[in-house]
Design a protein around this ligand. Sequence first.
Ligand code: C5P
Length: 416
Amino acid sequence: MALQNVNVLLGVTGGIAAYKAPDLVRKLTGLGATVRVVLSPSSSAFVTPLSLQAVSGNIVHQHLLDPEAEAGMGHIELARWADVLLIAPATAHCIAKLAHGLADDLLTTLVLATNAPVFLAPAMNQQMWAAQATQDNLNILTQRNITLFGPASGEQACGDIGYGRMLETHEIANMLDQALVDMPVLASTQSIEVASSEPLPLSGQHIVITAGPTREAIDPVRYISNHSSGKMGYSLAVQALALGAQVTLISGPVALPAPTGCKFISVTSALDMHTAALHAIENAGDIFIACAAVADYRVANVMDHKLKKSADEMTISLVKNPDILADVAALSSPPFTVGFAAETHDVEHYAKDKLTRKKLNMIAANDVSQSDIGFNQSDNALTVFTADAQIVLPKQDKLALAKELLKIVAQHVSNH
Ligand code: C5P
């Protein structure tokens, strides 16, 4: 594989095919490349920086005039870091800017600032592809040794038929790999650095994750719920995908987009989540991570009409919900089970109690009395307990934390 250890800077511009970018990143990393992503200003309307950060394992670069980003890896360093620059999808607008050397955003600036070979996978409407201006611009670019991958012909998002569809992600990744074989200088530099091609730590594992809150109906318009944002569970899902797992994400109602590449099951109540989780585990689960903030109780008698205001006081009777995590751990051949314990005090004591009482393999505990971490925050800190180990994961972004936690899970699963 010529892409092994090659630094690929992937530029994503704002066409509908941008939604395929996370999959392209996975195909490139699957061939051994290290990928950093640069988003053009309009592309984030089609694909989220979070998904691309998760699958590439690197911060996504978006702005030219961002002092913070420049202090980290500035545009010149980024241009030097790249062994190859691939733009997929490359819109007609992007192609026009490149042909004329414009540098009004980070991506177009990088094209001028790098000496790495540039590859484009165009994607646009067939009429735009056929337009004389586009064809003239492409002529200029190919004369400058910029290589085009595609486009393909076929039915387009707009309903037209003709040339302009972006090639499939595996085709682009394989063509780039082949192009490097044909570029002896780059291929030989890279072959010196070929490291062990270890499989990803979670490849071959099917992980079922619960996330978000549940909603317990009182009547058709009211419910009982909690402040869980789903960020931790969704971060686990995206990182598990990046580490090679197959992921089923069962989520209560949250404001986050479903991560690309997972099997996504949307649920509302604890009972729905219970059914979905047991079904998913029965079908394929190797690892179960219960990250959802499941309501402990549900309303005993849900009204089928809106409750009317009358008396000054009202009593609602609640009944206990099933414990999804404990029920999964109690299966005759349970998966590797991981629970979360959100506590306001005596964190270690309650976490260890849950680990044994619910018969779990691992529990990740956090102190939710600290307002800057945990519920509804971007950061979290965890202490991970198993029967014989205790590992502290200090305060960090939930996405980074999810990766650390999953690496610990992967180690324990392999010894399980
Ligand atoms: O007992 P407690 O609710 O504190 O346990 C928290 C852990 O159990 C979390 O991993 C949560 O997702 C899981 N849980 C569950 N089903 C419930 C309650 C909690 O899966 N009904």
